[in-house]
Design a protein around this ligand. Structure first.
Ligand SMILES: O=C(O)CCC(=O)C(=O)O
Length: 392
C-alpha cells in the first residue's frame, strides 16, 4: 500500500514548459490534474512520471512468473483438519520466503468480484469533476486521488485511486462503506456503495480466516491473530491505471512494501503486478479465480521478523487500462502491535519496538515514503522519540 499524503495541489511545481504537456486545462494557473483521457495518448511523458534509471521497467530483465504457492481454501472452509494443517504449512513456507501467496476456492463469489471491477469502470470513467467530489482531503488517506494530489513531486505513479475505510467494529460496520459513497458522491452512487460494502465484508472474513492459518503456522494457535484483528479498521483501495505510451519510463505503483498487516489483491486480466525476489522483479500473472495475498510490515512486526513483507510494484502498459482491488487489513487503532510471547525467546530477541497502527500510518504519511526499509526506519524513529521523551 503506497500511502500518499495530501499536502496541497499547488505544492507540485512542474516546469513551465510542461504545463501544457500535463494537461491543457492547466494553462490558467489552475491546479494540476491527472487527466487520464488526455495523458494516455501522450508519448511526451511529463518529467514527474519518469522514474530513475534503476527503477525503470526497461532496466529489468523479466524472468518467468514468481512461483507463488496456490492455496486451496476449500478444505479449510469445510473444516477438514488435515487440509487446515496443510494450508498452514503452505502459508508458513511462503511467508518465510517472500510473503506472497495465491488463494483459490476462497468462498468469495465470482459475481461479487466481477461487480467490484465493473463499478470501478463506472467510477473512473466519470468526469473529473464528479470524481473530485470524493477528493482526498489534506492529511487524510481516504478519498479520490491521482498523482498530482499527493505530497510528492517526482517519481509519480501513473494511476488514479479511490480509497475508503472499512471497519469490522460491530457498532459501525453495518454500512460504513455504503454511507461513504452516499455521503461523498450522492445517491446516484448508492449501487457502488452496496457492492463495495459487500466486497469489504467478504475481504474481512477472508482475511480473518487467513489470520487463523498464520497463527497456526507460527505455532501460536488458530485464534491468536484472529482475535488480535477483531474490530479491525481496514482500508479498501481501487487502483485504476490508464494506458501509458511509455511503459518503459513509468510505473503504475512505485516499489514499496505495504506498511499494513495483510493485503488481499484482485487484479483484472491485464497484468502488471511484480514482486522483487532474489534481486529480480518477477511478475505475478492475473488469475481471475485467485486473490494475491501478501504480508505487510505490521504483520512482519507481529511475527517478530519471521514473516517477510516484500517489495512490489505495478508496471504500466500501452494498450489497456488496468484495474486492481486492494484490501489492506489493519489493526484497530488502540491495539498494541507486539509479537506474542511465544515468538520471543533466548534465540529470538525482540526485533521491533511496540507501536500502534496509527503511529506507523503517520510515519508513512508525514515523514517517509514507503519503500523496502519502512519498518527499520520507523523502528529507529520510534526508539529515538522514546529516548528523547525519557531524557526530557
Ligand atoms: O495494482 C497492483 O497490482 C498493486 C497495487 C499496490 O501495490 C498498492 O495499491 O499498494
Amino acid at each position: 500500500m503506497a500511502i500518499d499524503c495530501m499536502r496541497s495541489i499547488s505544492s507540485i511545481t512542474p516546469k513551465p514548459h510542461q504545463m501544457g504537456t500535463i494537461n491543457d486545462q492547466n494553462n490558467n494557473n489552475k491546479p494540476f490534474v491527472f487527466d487520464a483521457s488526455f495523458l494516455n495518448h501522450q508519448s511526451n511523458i511529463p518529467d514527474q512520471f519518469i522514474w530513475p534509471d534503476g527503477d525503470k521497467p526497461s532496466n529489468n530483465i523479466y524472468l518467468e512468473d514468481l512461483p507463488v504457492p496456490m492455496l486451496d481454501l476449500q478444505g479449510f472452509l469445510t473444516g477438514n483438519p488435515e487440509a487446515v494443517m496443510e494450508a498452514s504449512r503452505v502459508v508458513g513456507e511462503a511467508c518465510v520466503k517472500h510473503g506472497f501467496f495465491l488463494v483459490v476456492n476462497h468462498g468469495v463469489s465470482n459475481e461479487l468480484v466481477r461487480n467490484a471491477h465493473k463499478m470501478m469502470d463506472e467510477f473512473f470513467e466519470e468526469p473529473l469533476a464528479q470524481k473530485q467530489k470524493a477528493q482526498r482531503k489534506l492529511g487524510e488517506h481516504c478519498g479520490y486521488a491521482s498523482s498530482f494530489t499527493g505530497r510528492f513531486s517526482s517519481n509519480l505513479p501513473w494511476k488514479e485511486t479511490l480509497s475508503f475505510q472499512f471497519s469490522s467494529e460491530e457498532s459501525c460496520s453495518s454500512k460504513i462503506v455504503q454511507d461513504y459513497f452516499t455521503n461523498t458522491l450522492g445517491h446516484n452512487f448508492d449501487h457502488l456503495g452496496t457492492v463495495y460494502q459487500d466486497y469489504c465484508e467478504a475481504m474481512s472474513q477472508l482475511s480473518l480466516g487467513i489470520m487463523e492459518l498464520l497463527g497456526l503456522s507460527l505455532g501460536v494457535g488458530r485464534r491468536y491473530f484472529k482475535e488480535f484483528f477483531q474490530g479491525h479498521e481496514s482500508v479498501m483501495r481501487l487502483n485504476y491505471y490508464p494506458p501509458c505510451q511509455r511503459p518503459d519510463l513509468t510505473l503504475g505503483t512505485g516499489p514499496h512494501c505495504d506498511p499494513t498487516s495483510l493485503t488481499i489483491l484482485h487484479q483484472d486480466q491485464v497484468g502488471g503486478l511484480q514482486v522483487f525476489v532474489d534481486d529480480k522483479w518477477r511478475p505475478i500473472s492475473p488469475n481471475f479465480n485467485a486473490f494475491v495475498v501478501n504480508i505487510g510490515d505490521t504483520f512482519t512486526a507481529l511475527s517478530n521478523g519471521r514473516y517477510k513483507s516484500c517489495l512490489h510494484r505495478a508496471v504500466t502498459n500501452i494498450e489497456k487500462p488496468r484495474k486492481s482491488l486492494a484490501f489492506f487489513l489493519c489493526p484497530s487503532k488502540d491495539r498494541l502491535v507486539k509479537p506474542p510471547q511465544a515468538l520471543v525467546n533466548d534465540e529470538n530477541d525482540r526485533v521491533y519496538p511496540d507501536f500502534t497502527w496509527p503511529m506507523l500510518l503517520e510515519f508513512t504519511q508525514k515523514h517517509y515514503r514507503a519503500d523496502m526499509n519502512t519498518l527499520n526506519a520507523f523502528s529507529k524513529w520510534v526508539q529515538l522519540h522514546r529516548r528523547d521523551d525519557q531524557e526530557k
